[in-house]
Each structure stands twice: as structure tokens, then as C-alpha cells.
Design a protein around this ligand. Structure first.
Ligand code: CA
Length: 357
């Protein structure tokens, strides 16, 4: 019989427990219940299951001292109210992506993804070892929220279109679901960006409420059945080259934890950050194979002149964002400095290796 069970049994039997053991039992039995609200459909591959994994890791690693219950988008709060829910303490944790809160904090977008910016490996490197994490913490501090990188989509796909994109002109009048800075770029190219939670994409595309949508990549897009709602599948995902997914933690709830529990929560996020991105890398191509060979999806590369135009507009949009306020300026300066040096390194490492292997 385990010591704790023995003592519990002994207590039930009315036997005295020692005064030395008592405080330890109180501590061990104290269960903290946390809610985690997410922007994803419940149990959605990688995004939803990654959030589940994060909750389970925290519960398991703390031996049940913290129990985390996960809610899908719309279950406890609407998908796009996750940040507010964590900020006001309705939920102790959240899982989403920083660009969803651009209406509230413009500069938060730097912590999800930047069009033509850092890829997943580089983004994680900037956050962990390039000063990004500290800037992110400062950005959310006024809202009583602690951020943590908790997943990365890796390079996404440009998306699903019901009309061909042969020139920049084809973007004009295009009503497309595309979040974050990419949406602003599309607007400048003459399109109409729409932000919708993932769960609404299929119906919106199928009914013609939107002409195009991006979501993530083959593995996630296949799960939503987007190939049944659009003809063409374009690449590359210029607008989301390595989107960091985030865990949000209510600061008061975090501060109330014992130090070992705090360490576990933050490191569980690190595990999930790595695990989700590798799951995409492992599964995307098999899904693409099914899309192309089984469902006969018309896979296309965006023309060079379209990508060039989008790149020019992206640089404009990102520089303007950097000029919005002091915080955005500081974050951009850090991001851009890191981008330059990591690009120089990757020119003679990752990039050349891709070309020669
Ligand atoms: Ca996306």
C-alpha cells in the first residue's frame, strides 16, 4: 500500500496520523483545476490535439496537482475571445495564435508570423535565444497574461481558390479568409481579407461567401475537406512561413503556483512547441499525396510576379506596423536584426544544403 493511501485509510479508521506527515499530505492532495480555452475546433488534428497534449502533459508531470481541462473554440468562449478570457481569468490558460488579437494589440502579430519572414526553426530561435520571448512577455504583461510558444505550423500553403491566380490582377476583388499581416497585404493587392475561425471555413467557401481561404497545410486542410469546396490549391504559404502557436497563461494563476509547478507548465509548453511542428513535418506530405492523387486536387505554384508583388507589399505593411508605436518599433528592430543574421547563416547552411542534397 502506498504511503498516502495508508495514511488515508488510517485517517478513515480514526487512527492518529503523525504531525510530521500531515502538512505533506495537505500539499499533495491540493488539486488545482485549470481551464484551457482554445481557438481551435475541439480535437482538431495537431492544433486541437496539441492543446490536449499540453493539458495532459501538465496534468501528468505535476502528478495531478494541476488538472487542465481543454475547451474547443466556442465551447466556453468564442474562438476569438480566448485572449480576453485568459486576461480576465475566466480561464487560466488559452491556446491560439497571436495574430488573432491584432485588433487589441497590433504588435502581437510579430509573435505569430510575418509574411516572407522567419520560418519555424528561425522563429523559435528568435523567441528562445534572440530576445523575442522577453519582448512577447512585455507585450502581454499589461493584460495580466504570460505567453509561451506552444506549437508551430511550419511553412503553410497559400490556400484554396475557386479561380486561377495567373497575375496580380486576379487578386483584385478576391474575398479571402486570411488572418494577420497577410490579410493586410491582400487588401493592398486589391482583395478583401476576412478573418474567420477554422470551424467556419468549409461552409463559407462551399457557399461562395468567400472566394478563397487559406488554413494551414495539407494535413490540416485535408481534415477540413477543403478540397471539396475549392478547385485550386496554391503554394507557397508566403503569408505564414512558420506560424508560432501560443499558450496563454493568466499571470495571477501562474504566480499562485509553487515554483516547481511553474517550471513544469513552461516546459510543457516547450515540449508541445517542438512536438506540434514535427508532427506537421511528418504528416504533411502524406496528406498532400492523398489530395493530389486520390482527390485530384489541382496543385499550383503562385506565379513569380505575384509573389514579387506580394513581397513588396508585405515589406511595406511590416514597416508601417513597426511605425505604429514604440513597442512595435522595438519588436520589429529585434525581429529584423535577427532575420538578417539568421538569413546570412542559413544562406550557407540550410539553403545550400536543400539545393545540393
Ligand atoms: Ca493559416
Amino acid at each position: 500500500m502506498k504511503r498516502r493511501d495508508f495514511i488515508k485509510q488510517a485517517s478513515i479508521a480514526g487512527l492518529a496520523t503523525t504531525s510530521v506527515a500531515a502538512p505533506a499530505i495537505v500539499h499533495a492532495d491540493k488539486k488545482i483545476k485549470w481551464k484551457m480555452v482554445t481557438t481551435w475546433p475541439k480535437n482538431f488534428p495537431v492544433l486541437g490535439t496539441g492543446a490536449n497534449q499540453l493539458a495532459k502533459l501538465i496534468t501528468d508531470m505535476t502528478n495531478g496537482r494541476i488538472k487542465v481541462k481543454v475547451y474547443g473554440g466556442g465551447e466556453l468562449v468564442p474562438a476569438f475571445e480566448v485572449f480576453d478570457a485568459v486576461s480576465r481569468g475566466t480561464a487560466q490558460m488559452g491556446h491560439g495564435a497571436a495574430y488573432y488579437w491584432k485588433g487589441k494589440i497590433k504588435e502581437a502579430q510579430f509573435f505569430s508570423t510575418v509574411p516572407f519572414g522567419l520560418n519555424s526553426q528561425e522563429m523559435t530561435a528568435w523567441l528562445y535565444h534572440g530576445g523575442g520571448m522577453q519582448l512577447w512577455e512585455e507585450t502581454y504583461a499589461p493584460f495580466g497574461v504570460i505567453p509561451a510558444a506552444a506549437g508551430n505550423t511550419t511553412v503553410q500553403m497559400a490556400g484554396w481558390f475557386n479561380k486561377e491566380i495567373n497575375s496580380v490582377n486576379d487578386l483584385k476583388g478576391l474575398k479571402m479568409r486570411i488572418p494577420g499581416l497577410g490579410g493586410e497585404v491582400l487588401k493592398r493587392a486589391g482583395g478583401t481579407p476576412v478573418n474567420l475561425p477554422g470551424g467556419e471555413l468549409f461552409t463559407s467557401l462551399k457557399t461562395g461567401a468567400i472566394d478563397a481561404t487559406e488554413w494551414v497545410g495539407p494535413y490540416n486542410d485535408l481534415a477540413f475537406g477543403l478540397h471539396k469546396a475549392a478547385k485550386y490549391y496554391y503554394y507557397p504559404g508566403w503569408h505564414e512561413p512558420g506560424t508560432t502557436l501560443e499558450a496563454l497563461i493568466n499571470k495571477k494563476s501562474f504566480d499562485a503556483l509553487a515554483e516547481d509547478l511553474q517550471t513544469i507548465v513552461l516546459n510543457a509548453c516547450k515540449v508541445v512547441n517542438q512536438d506540434m511542428s514535427t508532427e506537421y513535418t511528418a504528416k504533411n506530405n502524406a496528406a498532400l499525396d492523398i489530395l493530389v492523387n486520390k482527390h485530384k486536387v489541382d496543385l499550383r505554384r503562385l506565379p513569380d510576379d505575384v509573389l514579387e508583388k506580394l513581397k513588396t507589399l508585405s515589406d511595406e505593411v511590416v514597416r508601417e506596423l513597426a511605425g505604429k508605436n514604440k513597442a512595435a518599433e522595438r519588436i520589429y528592430a529585434s525581429y529584423d536584426k535577427f532575420r538578417k543574421q539568421v538569413t546570412a547563416w542559413h544562406e550557407i547552411s540550410e539553403k545550400i544544403y536543400y539545393n545540393v542534397r
